[in-house]
Design a protein around this ligand. Structure first.
Ligand code: PMP
Length: 450
C-alpha cells in the first residue's frame, strides 16, 4: 500500500471530519494536503493547487511565512504557557491587546481572548447578558441574528447562525431570533436593490418591536456573509441597521471572523461600512491561521460596566490569550503593517481582483458575479436570461470538483461558488485564478450538459 493509500485508509477508519458526509468521503478518498507555499497547496507530490480560499478564510498572507513560525517558536521556548486567570498575565497577551486596540475602531479598546470564532461569539453573548444585567435590565437577553448567517458551531454559535441544516441536527438555545438576510440576487423577487436593502434592514426594527425593546440585548451579523455565499448587502442596508440599533439602544455586534484584518481593504469591515459596533468578534486571519486564536473587541461603554461590576466576570478558557497564539498574531500585525498590505488591497490588488472577477459574469453559466475587497462569488444558473437555478443542486459540487481538476480551490455554497484568495496575490496570480475559474466553468457546463 502506498503511503498516501495508507493515510487515506487510516483517515477513513479513525477520523470524523467537520461538515463532511463520510460515505461520500470514503468513496472519493480524502485529499491529503502535505505542504503549502505562497498561495499554493500541494497534495503529496502533485501539481500545485491555487488556494482560492486562503485555507478556510484565514491564511490571508499566504503560506511559508517564516516570521510567524519563528515568533511562535521563540515564544514556545521562552514561555510556552501561562494562564491569564487569577491576576496573572504575560507580555504577548498584553502587547497584542494594545496592538489590537490601536488598529480597532476608536470605541473598541479592550479585548477578551478565545481559541476560535465560535467561542468569540459565545463570549459575546456572555458579555451582552452580563452588561444588561449590570445595567439593571435583566430581561434583555434575546439576540437577533439572520437566516443563513454563520457564527460558528458551538451550541450558541450554531444557534446564532441561521443555517437550517445545522439547526436540524441539535437543540439550540431559545433566546435567539432570526430575520432575513440581505441576499439581493437570491431573495429580492424583483425589488430594486436599495429598496430591498432597506426592507430587510427594517425587519430588525419590526422584530425588536415584536419582542419588546426591554427583551432585546443585541443584533449580530457578518458585515459580508461568508459561509452563506459571500453575500454583499445593498448599500442601503448597514446605515439603516446602525440607525435602528442606535434608536432602540441595542448592542450591535459585527462578526468579523472573515472580514477582519484587511479582507475588504480596511483593517475591519466596520470601517468599510462606517458602522460602530459594541463588539467585533474576530479569529482566523488574526494569526494568518498559523495558531488558533479568536476574541472579542469590546466597546468602552460595555467594558467599563463589566470592569466596574465589583465581582468576577465568570467566564474564561484555559487558553484565553495563549502566549504562542498571541506571538503569532503580533507577527501577523507586523507583516500587515510592514508590507502595507491593507493599502494594497484597497488600491491595487483588490480592484484588480474585482475587475477580473466581474468578467466571470460573462460566462454562459453565470447569473451574477459579485466581489468586494478580496472576496468573490458567482451564481451558477441554468438559464442566464432569467437566472433560473439548476433543479437538483448538483451544479455547485460539480463545479467545485472541476476546480480541483484544473488546480484551483473554490468553495461551493449550494450553487454559489465563492473565493477569498490571499491578500498578497500578484496580478499574474489573479490572472491565473481567473483563467482556472473560467476553465472550470467550461468543464462544469460540459458535465452538466451530459
Ligand atoms: N463567524 C464567522 C463569520 C465565520 O465565518 C466562522 C468560521 N467560518 C466562525 C464564526 C466560526 O469560527 P471557528 O470555526 O473558528 O469557530
Amino acid at each position: 500500500m502506498s503511503e498516501l493509500a495508507n493515510l487515506q485508509s487510516l483517515d477513513s477508519k479513525h477520523f470524523i471530519h467537520p461538515f463532511t458526509d463520510h460515505n461520500a468521503l470514503a468513496k472519493a478518498k480524502t485529499r491529503v494536503i502535505s505542504k503549502a507555499s505562497g498561495i499554493y497547496i500541494y497534495q503529496q507530490d502533485d501539481q500545485p493547487i491555487l488556494d482560492g480560499m486562503s485555507g478556510l478564510w484565514c491564511c490571508n498572507l499566504g503560506y511559508g511565512r517564516t516570521e510567524i513560525a519563528d515568533a511562535v517558536s521563540s515564544q514556545l521556548a521562552q514561555l510556552p504557557f501561562y494562564n491569564s486567570f487569577f491576576q496573572c498575565s504575560h507580555a504577548p497577551a498584553i502587547e497584542l491587546s494594545q496592538r489590537l486596540a490601536e488598529v480597532a475602531p476608536a470605541q473598541l479598546n479592550t479585548v477578551f481572548y478565545t481559541n476560535s470564532g465560535s467561542e468569540a461569539n459565545d463570549t459575546m453573548i456572555r458579555f451582552a447578558h452580563r452588561y444588561w444585567d449590570l445595567k439593571g435590565k435583566p430581561n434583555k437577553k434575546t439576540i437577533i441574528s439572520r437566516h443563513n448567517g454563520y457564527h460558528g458551531s458551538t451550541i450558541a454559535g450554531a444557534s446564532l447562525g441561521g443555517m437550517s441544516f445545522m439547526h436540524d441536527q441539535f437543540k439550540g438555545v431559545d433566546y435567539i431570533e432570526h430575520i432575513d438576510q440581505p441576499y439581493w440576487f437570491g431573495e429580492a423577487n424583483g425589488q430594486e436593490e436599495s429598496t430591498f436593502g432597506l426592507q430587510v434592514a427594517q425587519q430588525l426594527e419590526q422584530k425588536i418591536l415584536e419582542l419588546g425593546i426591554d427583551n432585546v440585548a443585541a443584533f449580530i451579523a457578518e458585515p459580508i456573509q461568508g459561509a452563506g455565499g459571500v453575500i454583499i448587502p445593498p448599500a442601503s442596508y448597514w446605515p439603516e441597521i446602525q440607525r435602528i440599533c442606535d434608536h432602540y439602544e441595542i448592542l450591535l455586534v459585527a462578526d468579523e471572523v472573515i472580514c477582519g484584518f484587511g479582507r475588504l481593504g480596511t483593517m475591519f469591515a466596520s470601517e468599510y461600512f462606517n458602522i460602530k459596533p459594541d463588539f467585533i468578534c474576530f479569529a482566523k486571519a488574526v494569526t494568518n491561521g498559523y495558531q488558533p486564536l479568536g476574541g472579542v473587541l469590546i466597546s468602552d461603554r460595555v467594558a467599563d460596566v463589566i470592569k466596574d461590576a465589583g465581582n468576577d466576570f465568570a467566564h474564561g478558557f484555559t487558553y484565553s490569550g495563549h502566549p504562542a497564539s498571541c506571538a503569532a498574531a503580533i507577527a501577523t500585525l507586523d507583516i500587515l503593517k510592514n508590507e502595507d498590505i491593507i493599502n494594497k488591497v484597497n488600491t491595487d490588488i483588490g480592484p484588480y481582483f474585482q475587475s477580473r472577477w466581474q468578467q466571470l459574469g460573462e460566462h454562459p453559466l453565470i447569473g451574477e458575479a459579485r466581489s468586494i475587497g478580496m472576496l468573490g462569488a458567482i451564481e451558477l444558473v441554468a438559464d442566464k436570461n432569467n437566472s433560473t437555478r439548476f433543479a437538483n443542486g448538483i451544479a455547485g459540487p460539480t463545479c467545485r470538483d472541476q476546480c480541483v481538476k484544473v488546480g484551483l480551490v473554490m468553495r461551493a455554497v449550494g450553487d454559489t461558488m465563492v473565493v477569498a484568495p490571499p491578500l498578497v496575490m500578484t496580478h499574474t496570480e489573479v490572472d491565473e485564478l481567473f483563467n482556472k475559474a473560467w476553465q472550470a466553468l467550461d468543464l462544469t457546463a460540459a458535465a452538466l450538459a451530459k
